[in-house]
Design a protein around this ligand. Sequence first.
Ligand code: NDP
Length: 331
Amino acid sequence: MEKNFQAVVVDNKEGNFSVETKHVFLEDLSSGEVVIKVHYSGVNYKDGLASTPDGKIVRSFPHIPGIDLAGIVVSSEDSRFKEGDPVIATSYEIGVSHSGGYSEYARIPADWIVPLPTGLSLKEAMIIGTAGFTTALSVQRLLDNGMKPENGPVLVTGATGGVGSFGVAMLSKLGFEVVASSGKKEAEDYLTSIGASSVIGREEVYNGKVKALDKQLWAGAIDPVGGESLAAIISKITYGGSVAVSGLTGGGAVPTSVFPFILRGVNLLGIDSVYCPMEKRRAIWERIANDLKPENLSAFVFKEISLKQLPEELPTILEGGITGRIIVSVE
Ligand code: NDP
């Protein structure tokens, strides 16, 4: 491997916040048993936060962000991996307190690495990324809690975003009638093309008021939006249905009441991708490579960019204007 290589470095020298592509050395990377030549990474909401001074994600500077990476093992001090293995590394401290995927090389603890499952390319794994992995976890939890296509339509919020887009595609692939909620009127064709049965505006989910119990509309929901909108969803879930909540693009406070839970047996399922145990993580990636894999993954790519383009592209994800996923080609 090269002595020095390119990486995106976030720094905060004497209060001067900067995001730049720079040359770094292997010693600049956090420690780990496995060195990986990164081929692809992606842009997640958390990566956007890591690139802004008020993001509260990065704890020490300088730092290389990128919570997702996929590549080929260059060297390994752990017997589970060897040179030439294709691997995925996401979650844990990667891109947060451990140097991440926005770099030509990454050094990662073996315990955090998943072998690339058969049926996925490195690029496809990063089109899916943490967003799609979180969706697959949500789908698994909903199925484990009894959600079935015959129970009725299911809702996916933030439907043009990473988690939401995969929610639409994966649930429709499993035979569910998917109602996609989006703030983007122009996205109807996209959402229908990836599997939505119908598309509704955000205001049809939450119109400024939350009733304790509302008309029962959806048998389940994948919700990366949170906030008041989540409270409205809970009040509209059918008897015994479930909501898998993974995000907070719409806010952190959820003004709900006990009534949907005690009168309709509604389940609120918390989804965390970061510390998902390794055994379950591998099983979920296997499902992603098989029955949950969307038909045409290239349809989810909003943009493919290089490391050099990242500093200017990173903040855009925080504006909520992206349809699908931005992926980063590091080759
Ligand atoms: P994206 O930015 O790709 O998508 C978010 C979508 O939410 C937007 O595209 C938009 O969709 C919608 N949205 C944006 N702002 C608002 C708003 N004010 N009110 C309602 N909807 C809004 O992000 P991701 O899909 O990658 O992540 C979504 C959330 O999930 C984030 O909060 C992220 O931190 C979290 N997350 C959590 C994980 C976990 O392990 N729990 C892992 C990964 C992500 P539209 O315009 O179609 O409505």
